[in-house]
Design a protein. Structure first.
Length: 210
């Protein structure tokens, strides 16, 4: 039995076969290759993240473990999830329970975690957007979206000025998650609602010498 969907899709395929679109060159004239000094990138990124209601800690790399432990302690996070490949030294001062994530763990069960700690791939200072690409230390998308607290470590060397510079550093085949502050949306009366599509709390640890 042919459905309306089958009919519509069939007509689209027939039309495409009869009138193939000519090859079109896509213009790539947007601005690329912008750079900013370290201090300016750090200030711009911090301004954007704070504006998005994220909490920011700028630290030297030797303080990473102590700062992360302090954040988790302050937030009451006694059981956290971490992706495979996360630098174990970052959790050296944390005395709570650590769950190493894997594909065998059902995504809904991640809601039982108090938080998650991940690394990041690249960050855009201009938009305050952090990119996770699922590689070592970043994990699958569910891990960074289900728990209510996300502590994300960003190395200043991975922070670039704008979106074109950030995209140029990404691998197109990898699953990319873009984070611009805690998850939030607005209802029909423009009331801000947090935690709808991800964690309500985002804490960014920027390592200024890494």
């Amino acid at each position: 039995m042919t459905t309306a969907r089958d009919t519509v899709l069939g007509r689209i395929r027939d039309a495409l076969a009869l009138a193939p679109a000519p090859a079109t060159e896509i213009p790539r004239a947007y601005r690329t290759g912008r750079t900013l000094p370290d201090a300016e990138r750090l200030a711009l990124l911090t301004d954007r993240l704070v504006d998005y209601k994220a909490t920011v800690h700028a630290v030297t790399s030797d303080r990473t473990a102590d700062v992360i432990a302090g954040i988790l302690r302050e937030r009451g996070a006694r059981r956290i999830g971490v992706p495979d490949g996360l630098d174990e030294r970052w959790l050296g001062a944390y005395d709570g329970e650590i769950l190493r994530d894997s594909a065998d763990i059902p995504a809904p069960s991640l809601d039982a975690l108090d938080g998650v700690v991940t690394a990041s791939a690249v960050t855009c200072a201009e938009t305050g957007t952090i990119f996770l690409d699922g590689s070592a230390g970043q994990g699958r998308r569910a891990l960074s979206l289900v728990p209510d607290l996300h502590v994300c470590v960003v190395d200043l060397t991975s922070v670039v000025a704008g979106v074109p510079e950030a995209v140029a550093r990404l691998v197109p085949e990898r699953p990319t998650t873009l984070i611009s502050g805690p998850s939030a949306t607005s209802d029909i009366e423009l009331e801000r609602v947090e935690g709808v599509h991800g964690p309500r709390n985002l804490v960014v640890v920027i390592r200024t010498d890494a």
